[in-house]
Structure formats: structure tokens, C-alpha cells
Ligand binder design. Structure first.
Ligand code: KIV
Length: 255
């Protein structure tokens, strides 16, 4: 039998971290620089700083700590753009993320020299190839030509040989994801990469269906979050205006 799929979701705060951990259903949480888009409202991940990732990693670590389960998801921190341009900055910034609770760091692109240096320092690393939003802002499927597919396969092999512990494959054809997964010993984690990867990752707010305007082909919304949130807020407003809430049972007595 195949080994169980690695389940990864993004997470940016303590409340969700605790909830996710207590499902027992998730292997790793990623404090992704996607927070620049889903939390901060930017159109790309490029404005996210080290301080901001550190802030969210610390919050997620506190949430995981409070979870009443023995086995917690692995906490992975994205290294933001320009935080690993050199080997020295990669090591210094990765250590800074680990000091606030990260157990693994994630880097984008063909950076096997930095991966090797981080691994030498004993730091666990997740790679990320295909659509890498720190360098590609055109959100299109990657690796569709033979030349591009060969380049991505080569990058995957280099990163695997450098020691990455996980490799995210984003927005590539499923046949290429299959070939990469079969060619390297590192487990692959797909997003928009089909079914043949060793695991899957989704942005938490996307899988919860919180953004009705975001509907890429690869996404399945496992909840209609936008509708549920909107319904709850309207009910709250209606009940306050109708003086139904707060009721006696929500009110404090004199004695
Ligand atoms: O930043 C992020 O959330 C990511 C995942 C989509 C893999 O890189």
C-alpha cells in the first residue's frame, strides 16, 4: 500500500492553529507568505517581511502549544522574498524563524546551494517549484513545454539531492508532478499539481471558501465559508436590532 498522503494547510493565527491541530487530520501547517494576499489584502506576496512572518509564526506556535492533542502538526515558516538571497542571510533568517517556533523553513525556486547550507546547520527545509509567486506574478500553469518540464525536473532533483525534506509543486501538469514524484526520494506536496503527489497543500481561507471571487480550477471549497460568515453576521445584527440578543441568559445579575 502507498504511504499515507501528507496533508498541509496554511495557517496564520493561534485560533486556527489550535483548531487545525485538534482535528488530528493535518500533518503540517505552513505560515505562508500568501498571508500578504489573504490577510493583508495585497495583490502579491512581495510585500511580506521577515518581521511579519515571525509575528505570525509566533502566533501559530502559541495556538499549537494550546492544542489538547499529543501529536501536533509540523510548523513550517515561509521565508519571504529577499530573505535568502545569500547563504548567510538564509541561515540567519531561518534561525530567526526557528527561534519563534518554526520547525522547518520553506524556500522558493532553484536554490539548492542555500538548501544545502541550511541542512548543514541542521535546519529542516521545504522547497517550492513550479509557480513560485515570489518570482512569477503571472498565475499560470508552469512546465507545459518540454523544455520547461525538463528544467523543473532538474530543479526538483537538485533540491532533493541538496536535502530538502519536502517539495511543494505548484500549478504544474499532473503528468509532470507524477514524473517528479517518481524521480526523487523527497515527498512532494502539490497545489494545482494533480493527484500523483505525496501530499497536498491548500491555503486555509481558500479551502474554507472564504473568498467567493477566487475560483481557480484546482481549488475545491470544502465549506461555503463566505455564506456562513455572512449569515452569522446578519443574524447577529438582526438579533441586536430586534433586542433578542443579548437575552436574560447572556446578562449579568446584581447578586
Ligand atoms: O505562501 C503559501 O501559502 C504557499 C502555499 C500556497 C504553498 O506557498
Amino acid at each position: 500500500m502507498n504511504s499515507p498522503k501528507h496533508i498541509m494547510v496554511t495557517c496564520y493565527d493561534a485560533t486556527f492553529a489550535k483548531l487545525i491541530a485538534e482535528t488530528g487530520a493535518v500533518d503540517s501547517v505552513l505560515v505562508g507568505d500568501s498571508l500578504g494576499m489573504v490577510i493583508q489584502g495585497h495583490d502579491s506576496t512581495l510585500s511580506v517581511s521577515m518581521d511579519q512572518i515571525r509575528y505570525h509564526v509566533a502566533a501559530v506556535a502559541r495556538g499549537l502549544h494550546k492544542a489538547k492533542v499529543e501529536k501536533k502538526p509540523l510548523l513550517i515558516a515561509d521565508m519571504p522574498v529577499d530573505s535568502y538571497n545569500t547563504i548567510d542571510s538564509a541561515i540567519q533568517n531561518a534561525k530567526s524563524l526557528i527561534s519563534v517556533g518554526a520547525e522547518m523553513v520553506k524556500v522558493e525556486g532553484a536554490v539548492s546551494d542555500r538548501v544545502a547550507a541550511l541542512k548543514k546547520e541542521g535546519i529542516a527545509v521545504c522547497g517550492h517549484i513550479g509557480l513560485t509567486p515570489q518570482s512569477i506574478q503571472d498565475f499560470k500553469v508552469q512546465g507545459k513545454t518540454e523544455l520547461e518540464a525538463q528544467r523543473l525536473l532538474r530543479e526538483a532533483k537538485d533540491l532533493s539531492n541538496a536535502g530538502v525534506d519536502l517539495l511543494v509543486l505548484e500549478m504544474i501538469p499532473s503528468s509532470l508532478a507524477k514524473k517528479i514524484t517518481e524521480s526523487i526520494s523527497t515527498p512532494t506536496v502539490g497545489i494545482g499539481a494533480g493527484v500523483y503527489t505525496s501530499g497536498q497543500v491548500l491555503v486555509l481561507y481558500d479551502l474554507l471558501g472564504l473568498n467567493p471571487d477566487f475560483n481557480p480550477k484546482f481549488l475545491k471549497k470544502f465549506m461555503n465559508g463566505a455564506e456562513s460568515v455572512s449569515h452569522a453576521l446578519k443574524s447577529y445584527s438582526d438579533e441586536v436590532r430586534a433586542e433578542v440578543y443579548p437575552s436574560e441568559k447572556n446578562s449579568f445579575k446584581d447578586v
